[in-house]
Design a protein around this ligand. Structure first.
Ligand code: F6P
Length: 396
């Protein structure tokens, strides 16, 4: 196996029965179709389209997009023509998963025209999570941080944002995703560059943070609290929040989810409402911007990002990417040896970059050999996908 990024490791495919990627395509995608079908009083055409998608994505071949699809050229550029006629299991796993959500939205009428245009099939699950007692408790806990020095509060909020990534609704559909926490003899945090991240954001009031969000609800709320804290304490003067232009990977945040989360914060009490109001006014005066770039739903690694997005990340003091999928796209969706240096695989990224992620897929880089050894000794390879470990990795 290679141990440097100059010899890329194999791209993950979903065609090995028993593997994590295979389970996602063969089991999780059908479960997502079931969940979506149960969440809305869909009409016959939508049910037929969901039946067809279920058959196609489990037993069929990737099909061309209809001639009038508005994003046909985009998907052509993203490799569709190359994969048409092939099994979903034989193309890169990242590509197959991403394309699944494009097709699912088509089946329920998201792209329109028609009465169901823009109706998010995952919205019921997202709003239930936002309205849950757990969210109440997390927001109330913010008041308990009030007495801490600002830096300690910042570190607590960073960890809130990191572990918020466990709250992934797609992940919770999967039996492999549930499980006990890590054993006492292995670290929950398998890499911790937290202090390096803080050192990139001195309280000068002039730094720009690009935060590439992941899930809505119980992940986005702590992400927003962290942004509010950084703005309030001058560690950043401006934040750009990247969300998805359409519903994706079940719970990924869209602009509508940002609005829901901000309304939830401002309706809360105590410190949560203060943070919500700060963000509300930051949106109004331009200190906080929301972006929904098409590439955020691309089936490709960030190494292939277009020039405008590259320029945006290049202009940031640091770009923080949240979550497992963004990590896969950042380092490449490949079976790297775990000790492959994070700095090598992210060398292409146009500026300082940080990953905050709980481990929910086989992809991992930047571990030291002792940590990898301890994880394998304690858990075999389960630590890669169980969602019970996390990391903070930074490349300056
Ligand atoms: O919400 P996250 O952290 O990006 O995770 C998405 C999850 O979905 C998967 O892509 C599987 O569907 C996993 O790789 C990953 O665990």
């Amino acid at each position: 196996m290679p141990d440097t990024a100059s010899e890329p490791a194999p791209v993950l495919l979903g065609n090995e029965p028993g593997s994590f990627p295979h389970g996602v395509l063969a089991e999780r995608h059908p479960a997502i179709i079931r969940q979506v079908r149960e969440s809305f009083p869909y009409e016959p055409g939508q049910h037929r389209a969901l039946d067809a998608l279920l058959a196609n994505c489990t037993e069929g071949e990737i099909e061309p997009l209809p001639g009038d699809a508005r994003d046909r050229d985009r998907w052509t550029a993203w490799g569709l023509d190359e994969y048409v006629g092939r099994s979903w299991f034989d193309v890169p796993w990242l590509w197959a998963e991403s394309h699944f959500y494009r097709r699912l939205l088509d089946a329920v009428g998201w792209f329109g025209p028609g009465a169901w245009q823009g109706i998010d099939p995952f919205r019921p699950a997202k709003t239930a999570e936002l309205d849950s007692p757990e969210t109440d408790e997390e927001l109330a806990a913010l008041d308990g941080l009030a007495g801490l020095p600002a830096d300690e509060r910042g570190r607590a909020l960073l960890h809130g944002s990191l572990w918020g990534n466990r709250a992934d609704l797609g992940f919770s559909l999967s039996a492999t995703g549930t499980g006990a926490g890590p054993r006492d003899d292995v670290p929950a945090l398998v890499a911790d560059d937290g202090e390096r991240l803080w050192s990139l954001l001195p309280p000068s009031g002039t730094n720009t943070l690009c935060l590439v969000a992941d899930n809505a609800g119980r992940e986005l709320v702590p992400d927003l609290l962290l942004v509010a804290h950084l703005l309030a304490h001058g560690r950043i003067g401006r934040a750009v929040l990247h969300v998805k232009p359409y519903p994706y990977y079940v719970s990924d945040a869209t602009t509508a989810d940002v609005v829901d989360a901000l309304r939830r914060l401002t309706r809360a009490e105590g410190a949560a409402a203060d943070h919500g109001r700060l963000l509300w006014s930051a949106l109004a005066d331009g200190r906080l911007t929301v972006r929904a770039h098409p590439f955020s739903c691309a089936p490709l690694p960030y190494a292939d990002m277009p020039g405008d997005l590259r320029a945006e990340f290049a202009a940031a003091t640091v770009t923080v990417l949240k979550g497992d999928l963004n990590y896969r796209r950042l380092v490449g969706d490949r079976l790297w040896p775990p000790t492959t240096p994070f700095a090598d695989v992210t060398a292409y990224f146009p500026g300082p970059v940080a990953a905050l992620r709980t481990l929910k897929s086989d992809v991992i880089t930047g571990l030291d050999a002792d940590t990898e050894g301890a994880l394998v000794a304690a858990e075999g390879q389960r630590w890669r996908t169980s969602g019970t470990h996390a990391l903070i990795q930074v490349r300056r």
